[in-house]
Write a protein of this length. Sequence first.
Length: 162
Amino acid sequence: MISHYRIDSRVVHGQTTTRVIKEHPVDGAIIVDDDIVNDSFIQKIYSSALGSIRMLCFTVEKAARKLPEAESSKKSYLVIFKTTESARRLAETGYRFAGTLNIGPQPNCEGARLVEKMLYLTDEQLSDLDYLKSVGTEMIVNPAFTTPNLSWSDAKDKMGAN
């Protein structure tokens, strides 16, 4: 089963291992990112941070085939996307999230607007998330796990994007 979906630009880090995995115990973490698949060095870093938790890394195309298997598995998985784009591209393949997608940290960059502590979104990222919502993806915003969950609609209202 998939116990948690998360978009987080940091992918695997201390918060993943101390907060996310404690709240959503898992047997494995699945990273969905076309660039990370080809970066064995960063994969080693993420794997090391996860300790004894198995790490898998898929392209968006492969995730579209493999995530349904993870959903029906007796093992529990955390699915992590580095970008909103990867999550949108996965949904464009016809994949439908079997649970709530937690929108986590995205960095402040040119053209990005503050949504919530640690979460800045560009117009392109807003479009990605609007697409996900339009195909029925349930989404919450809680980048640091220290604030109440915001619905996607409430988060957009907060930033004046509705």
